[in-house]
Design a protein around this ligand. Structure first.
Ligand SMILES: C[S@@+](CC[C@H](N)C(=O)[O-])C[C@H]1O[C@@H](n2cnc3c(N)ncnc32)[C@H](O)[C@@H]1O
Length: 288
């Protein structure tokens, strides 16, 4: 909790590390277990940008809304949101300190960028729209996530999100699991399952309704993808949490072993889970 009770909780890198689940932090290299390489992500995240662009085409805005980019990453998608609400405001929230710093640097005072865990989200004001791309599958507890998003929406406010869904990058994940189970890597992965939650459409619809959302629609979509810089892409995105666990001298050998077995050209079989929903108009405001 911050010292000022009126200020929403925003945490620094060290505090983030302390809040990470036991056994995941500090990492062998001392990195926060939730951080990312924001500048590399900004360069190689073409696939995420394309998925976000498709979503933004479905997000009809008047231009004066208060919008949250939930899991803003390096801020590239956030910029597209900023352009769509010239008379509104955009909050950009991410749990990774480097992503929040990158977003602040890229967008300056055009956004309010906050370092928070979305499952415990506390915004300074309720929003009209929660937008999210390629983020929710990184959060294990979707009940807590949807409850937090619902609390921070105005009555009648909308949620439009896409993340990895059931079956997402299954073949690549199997390869990474196989490599992680072998020496010299196995000792670093004992008992580890990763943070991901690749949920199905029906269970997600039920969860959203359970959190109080109405007009819920969820569906899965295949998106096979061939990244332009395969090694940088998998190191920065698909293997980012695996690499937290291996010591620095085993990082390249781990990436090499996974790349070798994943085959060339590298095609990642992405499955996206789309969701749209609304907070009921009659809902009493929660936090606000
Ligand atoms: C693949 S990136 C997507 C970033 C951006 N939305 C985009 O489309 O480029 C996933 C993001 O989710 C963030 N994230 C993961 N777990 C989170 C959590 N519990 N709370 C907030 N952000 C989280 C990561 O830090 C990362 O920036």
């Amino acid at each position: 909790m911050s010292a000022d009770p009126d200020r929403p909780p925003e945490f620094a890198a060290g505090e983030l590390a302390r809040r990470s689940p036991p056994g995941r932090s500090p990492t062998p290299s001392g990195r926060s277990a939730r951080d990312w390489d924001a500048s590399t992500y900004d360069r190689i995240s073409g696939p995420q940008q394309r998925w976000a662009a498709e979503q933004l085409d479905r997000l009809h805005l008047h231009g004066d809304e208060v919008v949250l980019d939930a899991g803003c990453g390096s801020g590239r998608v956030t910029l597209e949101l900023v352009r769509r609400v010239p008379r509104g405001r955009v909050y950009a929230v991410d749990a990774a300190p480097s992503m929040v710093a990158h977003t602040r640097q890229a967008l300056g005072d055009r956004v309010t960028a906050l370092c928070q865990d979305l499952a415990q989200l506390e915004l300074p004001e309720p929003v009209d729209v929660v937008f999210s791309n390629a983020t929710f599958h990184w959060i294990a507890d979707h009940d807590a996530l949807f409850a937090a998003l619902h609390r921070n929406l105005k009555p009648g406010g909308r949620l439009l999100a896409q993340c990895g869904g059931r079956g997402n990058v299954d073949a690549f994940r199997r390869v990474a699991d196989e490599v992680a189970a072998e020496p010299p890597f196995a000792a670093h992965f004992v008992g580890w399952q990763g943070p991901w939650n690749y949920a199905g459409a029906q269970e997600t619809a039920q969860r959203l309704q359970g959190a109080g959302f109405v007009d819920v629609e969820c569906w899965l979509q295949d998106k096979p993808t061939e990244p332009e810089e395969p090694r940088s892409f998998v190191s920065t995105v698909c293997l980012v949490r695996h690499l937290d666990l291996v010591p620095d001298d085993l990082r390249d050998p781990f990436i090499d072993a996974v790349m070798e077995r994943a085959g060339r050209p590298l095609v990642l079989h992405y499955v996206r889970l789309n969701m749209s929903a609304r907070r009921g108009r009659a809902d009493a405001p929660g936090l606000f």
